[in-house]
Design a protein around this ligand. Sequence first.
Ligand SMILES: Nc1nc2c(ncn2[C@@H]2O[C@H](COP(=O)(O)OP(=O)(O)OP(=O)(O)O)[C@@H](O)[C@H]2O)c(=O)[nH]1
Length: 200
Amino acid sequence: MPQTKRTVHGLILAGGQSSRMGTDKALLPIEGKPLLYRLAAQLSECADTLTVAIGSSEREAVYGGILGKYAAGARMVADRIPDCGPLSGLEAGLSAIADGYAFVVACDMPRLSLPLLQKLINAAAESGADVVHVAGQPFHALYHTRTVTEIRRSLEAGDYRLMGLLSRLKAHSIERQAGESPDVFANLNTPDDYKMYRAD
Ligand SMILES: Nc1nc2c(ncn2[C@@H]2O[C@H](COP(=O)(O)OP(=O)(O)OP(=O)(O)O)[C@@H](O)[C@H]2O)c(=O)[nH]1
């Protein structure tokens, strides 16, 4: 991913159970390197800071080895309100980021799009919204750090739905345009997803 204007923080959510995959999705080899490496390296090039929400601190040693090697400035944060899914990671990650927008990606999304990120950044500058995302998609999206208050409220209320969260925030959604790769939001949830990705 080429250099872009550094106006966002990067946040990778990587604290899930990978139960459908049966093995840690963040460590899946892609072109010989762990998927987490690929994302960290891409985000390090286009974001001011990089934070990885690793879920349990037990992952620190393995993930730290990968990040230390390939994205030395990245910081890892453990969930503070665990076992609530991606919202736990959003809470932990956004709490650790000083101020501004974080580009939030899931650790199982191997195809990030820099042009789409730039569109999201432009839309954030114009709209000033809490969240800027593509319609129907909660990841590959910008979340302002101020959203952490509503995220905590959702966690306390036991409502862990990401799209539900977006409905309670000032969210601005943008449309995809014809010709844009449809694969940006594809994630690798199952061994079949991984097989198909590798066959592409
Ligand atoms: N920090 C953090 N991230 C999470 C948590 N649960 C899911 N994620 C991340 O959120 C993204 C989407 O997760 P899912 O695919 O819905 O869940 P998963 O646990 O990874 O996978 P399954 O067990 O197969 O459902 C992935 O990047 C996960 O690593 C969590 O409790 N904490």
